[in-house]
Structure formats: C-alpha cells, structure tokens
Design a protein around this ligand. Structure first.
Ligand code: ADP
Length: 186
C-alpha cells in the first residue's frame, strides 16, 4: 500500500503517518525527518539544506526528488509506505508520478489533513521539540510557503479518484479513525 499524507505544517501529518504505518506494517517516510537527520549527521545534503530549513523555506525540488527516488529504489518496501511531507510542490508531484510509472506502481490514497490556521500555529508553538523552524516568525513563513507552493498539490490530486480530505481537529485517536475509514483496506 502506498499512501501520501498531506497538509499544512502542524496538521498532524507526522503523528498520524506513524500510526498508519504501524497499523499496516508499512514504512513511514518523512522527508523533513530525513533532512533533519542529514543535518545532524553533517552530510553534504545536510550542509546544503540546513539554512533553507532553518528559514522555513523549501528545499529545491531536485534535491528532494533525488532523495525520495534513492530511498525508494534502494530499499525493498514490499508492504508499501506512507509519505509525509512529500510531494510539497506540483513539480514534485509530477516527478513522483513519473517515478511510480517507471516502477510500474501506483498510489492507493492521498489523505489531505486540514485544520484552521490558529490551531496550526498553536500546535507548532507548543510542540516543544526544539526545532529551529518552530519559532513564531519561521512558522509564519512556513504557512505562507504552504499556501503559495504546497496547497496547489491538492488540486493536482483532487480529481485522481484517490483524494480524501480528513478533518484534522479533535483527538489524535479521532483523527486516526477518520483516516482509517477513508482507506480502502482497514
Ligand atoms: P512541517 O510539516 O511541520 O513543516 P516537515 O518535517 O515536513 O515539517 O518539514 C520541515 C522542513 O523540511 C520544511 O519546512 C522544508 O524546509 C523541508 N522539507 C521537507 N520536505 C520537503 C519537500 N518535500 N520539499 C521541500 N522541502 C521540504
């Protein structure tokens, strides 16, 4: 099973993706997490993306697409995966479609989590993970980038037949149940 979980910063993608991955025994692939690990390990990629991520901007498409392609090609995710934080631009979505096509694979579900801006900001400010991009100023930038560059990805998938909008407010469990009821297999 191949799933994309999509939504603005603070929508709860990471939390829900982890639960979905555990539930189905599939792999959780978070591009944000991969970048943070690269930064912590001091790799070339980490050095390239550190200041971009700290500022709340997007890593260039090619760098993200290459990283995702490498990860998917070098691992045997036989049961599938849930992508969290990718694709984040329409160009990334197109590149991902091409990758799937080359591999003879398809996507099963696109879950779009939504919540009001005030709630997103509150969640990000109070999540206390000590992330350098969780300051008030950087959160504002990330939400602007989301609206301008990332929200159009929803339009790209809306008519694909696998698009599902899920209310991201309420308890973590309530949201998880909503996601499960959207999926073709439970
Ligand atoms: P959040 O959803 O809270 O913004 P993520 O962990 O998904 O957190 O992403 C953190 C940062 O990593 C983003 O602000 C961006 O700089 C970078 N990033 C992650 N995924 C992508 C992507 N697909 N394209 C470009 N930049 C990305």
């Amino acid at each position: 099973m191949r799933i994309i979980i999509f939504g603005p910063p603070g929508a709860g993608k990471g939390t829900q993706a982890k639960m979905v991955a555990e539930h189905f025994g599939i792999v959780h692939l978070s591009t944000g997490k991969m970048f943070r690990e690269a930064i912590n390990e001091g790799t070339e990629l980490g050095k390239l993306v550190k200041s971009i991520i700290d500022e709340g901007h997007l890593v260039p498409d090619q760098a993200v697409v290459d990283m995702v392609e490498e990860t998917i090609s070098n691992n045997n995710y036989s049961k599938g995966y849930i992508l969290d934080g990718f694709p984040r631009t329409v160009d990334q979505a197109v590149a991902f479609d091409n990758l799937l096509e080359r591999r003879g694979e398809s996507l099963d579900m696109f879950i779009s989590l939504h919540a009001p801006d005030e709630e997103l900001i509150q969640r990000l400010l109070s999540r206390g993970e000590g992330r350098s991009d969780d300051t008030e100023e950087k959160i504002k930038t990330r939400l602007e980038v989301y609206k301008k560059d990332t929200a159009p990805v929803m339009e790209y998938y809306k008519h694909s037949g696998i698009y599902w909008a899920v209310d991201g407010t309420g308890s973590v469990d309530e949201i998880f149940q909503r996601i499960l009821s959207a999926l073709p297999v439970r």
